[in-house]
Design a protein around this ligand. Structure first.
Ligand code: F6R
Length: 243
């Protein structure tokens, strides 16, 4: 993989935004893979600024989020439907009809994963997938032990991920959902370009394991070593455990 060490989250965001903006100019129907969480914030802000400054037509851009909580109403402010709308669709000015988030409704779970993978395929596949990484090496919500060939499906969140995400639920672990629907590692690996961002020393172990460790389901992000076009954009703190 290609590893870019940046001075700040803003610099990382600029690199992502430049790549995406140029790709949209070349292909107005570009398909973006979208992540939630704290990590992609500066990337989406930078993309929004670039789209505005350069007056780029994004009305045909398509998007697929990585994951969604199960059993959280889409109208809940911390559902990934809400987060994607607030963080990406509104600031960048995307067409909400073209931006998809997995369906976390309990009654649809039997087919929601396969439906989602079929929709990604029908759109022509993801061109640029932005990723964060969990402190345990998860991508999407593929926790350690997830098959590296997995499709989109329901998963159980680990205690660690629920603790990490409690900050979005008033710090109350009981409010954090226990299950999710996530693009599989196999789904993510089909994207043509993977861009993983990581900031801060809490991610240093996961980053080192992903880039320099063995390829193993115990660190799902290590699958990126097998991807023909994966870029890590990380700050110095996240890079501190690299050899
Ligand atoms: C979010 C996602 C997760 C996060 C990861 C890091 O859609 O799929 O893999 O990217 O949990 O979260 P943050 O960025 O909040 O540190």
């Amino acid at each position: 993989a290609e590893v870019i060490i940046v001075k700040s989250q803003e610099e990382a965001g600029e690199i992502y935004a430049y790549a995406v903006a140029e790709a949209i100019k070349a292909n107005p129907r570009l398909v973006l893979g979208l992540a939630t969480g704290s990590t992609p914030h500066t990337a989406y802000q930078a993309l929004a600024a670039r789209v505005k400054d350069e007056n780029i037509d994004v009305s045909h851009v398509q998007g697929f989020a990585l994951d969604e909580y199960v059993g959280l109403d889409p109208s809940h402010p911390e559902s990934y439907h809400s987060v994607i709308r607030r963080e990406v669709i509104e600031p960048v000015g995307l067409n909400p009809d073209l931006i998809h988030v997995p369906n976390g409704a309990v009654e649809s779970l039997r087919h929601a994963g396969a439906d989602y993978d079929a929709a990604i395929e029908a759109a022509g596949g993801v061109d640029i997938q932005i990723l964060g990484v969990g402190t345990d090496g998860h991508i999407g919500f593929n926790e350690p032990g997830s098959s590296l060939a997995s499709p989109t499906r329901m998963k159980t969140l680990t205690e660690q991920t629920r603790i990490d995400n409690a900050r979005f639920f008033d710090g109350d672990l009981d409010q954090v959902p226990t299950h999710c629907i996530t693009q599989g590692v196999g789904t993510i690996m089909k994207a043509r370009h993977l861009v993983l961002l990581a900031f801060g020393s809490a991610k240093a172990d996961a980053v080192a394991a992903s880039i320099e460790g063995p390829i193993t389901a115990m660190c799902p992000a290590s699958a990126l070593q097998m991807h023909p076009h994966a870029t890590f954009i990380i700050d110095e703190a996240a890079a501190e455990k690299l050899q």
